[in-house]
Design a binder for this molecule. Sequence first.
Ligand SMILES: [Zn+2]
Length: 119
Amino acid sequence: MVQRTLSTPAEDGAARDGSTIRGPVRTCVGCRQRAEATALVRIVARRGDGPPVTVVDLAKTMPGRGAWLHPRRDCLSAAVRRKAFPSALRAPGLTVAPDDLAEAIGGITEVDGLNGRNR
Ligand SMILES: [Zn+2]
């Protein structure tokens, strides 16, 4: 298990030379860049009694459609601004709580040990 710290330029993605791709590729709903699924956070819509809400699928095992997002606030706010989650998750009326998501994503960034917070 090699721990690498990829500081990926947003305009390049990690795919340029192909050698850094190690698994399935997903598209970030924030910046629309493609990236390895392992580098992204999976967001799903949880439907309860009330309107659907977004939750971070830490284990990436929740059923249903998922929206993929870089664990970065830039991508999160872009996705929220463009209302990308309701369409990506096919959940009209989806309630997005950016603060909750940012908090969860911030935790992910720390757990992964990636330097996603530098700017
Ligand atoms: Zn992104």
